[in-house]
Design a protein around this ligand. Structure first.
Ligand code: FAD
Length: 240
């Protein structure tokens, strides 16, 4: 478990700083095409031509971008199942009964709807006001795909009730924020690694094109970052 006192955005800000003016935000790619020795990245703000491209989007977006240049690989990427998740952040003042530790994971067999809850105060100093507690609950996942579509109020009620039921802590909230990612986490089902090897081999044969992301090697931030480094090295002709 890791983070930064100012939040995970520290990582993204550091990467953005390295790119300087080369970084173009708010410019979704719409498709990739080949034009001589170069790739053409089509965006809503024009076409960029480049000899090398790393496609670091979620798999369904990569599949859509590659549909013209690698139809079979595109089909494989579009078929990667994605689970939906909702994240409920809760903040309050009274810490009475707040357990020590970094959080809880709830096995499905326990009949608890919330997948898990992080207790921010105890494991990341400096992330919230000294006199407040912050809890983050995650709901949904592959076995409860429809749950994240519920209203903020319903999700919050479930998250609060589950915290109390599992930990005994009664969370009296001052502030709640709900986020959803309906195509959140790729499900790396049996045979996924072999399917991805086929996809990678196809893209390798096209030259100057690589994939990176949490569906290529593993879903953790660490694996996603490793896949980006590997993709860049491959395109630069360096050892992995
Ligand atoms: C709720 C939740 C909790 C998690 N908790 C943890 C955790 O505690 N520890 C851990 O290690 N992992 C955790 N993970 C998993 C991990 O965060 C992700 O798997 C990882 O961050 C994904 O990285 P990525 O680069 O593959 O994808 P993303 O971070 O999703 O990056 C994909 C990028 O592609 C961009 N994009 C999309 N479409 C286009 C387009 N058309 N053109 C251009 N760009 C586009 C997006 O804007 C985005 O920036 C969690 C995931 C979720 C959803």
């Amino acid at each position: 478990m890791y983070s930064f006192p100012a939040g995970m955005s520290v990582m993204m800000d550091a990467l953005a700083q390295g790119l300087g003016n080369g970084l173009k935000l708010g410019t979704p790619a719409t498709r990739l095409s080949r034009s001589g020795d170069e790739w053409a990245v089509h965006t809503e703000r024009g076409v960029w031509r480049t000899p090398r491209v790393v496609v670091a989007t979620p798999p369904h977006v990569a599949g859509s971008l590659l549909s013209e240049v690698a139809p079979a690989a595109s089909e494989r990427l579009l078929a990667v199942p994605m689970s939906a998740v909702a994240v409920v952040h809760m903040m309050g003042r009274d810490r009475t009964g707040l357990p020590e530790g970094f959080g809880v994971l709830n096995p499905r067999t326990e009949g608890v709807r919330t997948l898990g809850t992080l207790f921010l105060p105890s494991h990341i100093p400096g992330r919230q006001p000294e006199d407040r507690w912050v809890l983050t609950s995650i709901l949904g996942g592959a076995t409860d795909m429809k749950l994240p579509e519920r209203s903020d109020e319903e999700l919050t009620a479930i998250a609060l009730a589950d915290v109390e039921r599992v930990t005994g802590f009664v969370p009296r909230t001052e502030r709640v924020r709900v986020h959803r990612k309906l195509k959140g986490i790729p499900q790396l089902r049996v045979g996924h690694a072999a399917r991805m090897r086929e996809v990678m081999a196809t893209l390798d044969s096209l030259g100057g094109l690589a994939l990176a992301g949490n569906y290529t090697v593993g879903v953790s931030i660490e694996h996603a970052a490793q896949s980006g480094v590997a993709a860049a090295r491959a395109l630069m002709g360096e050892a992995p």
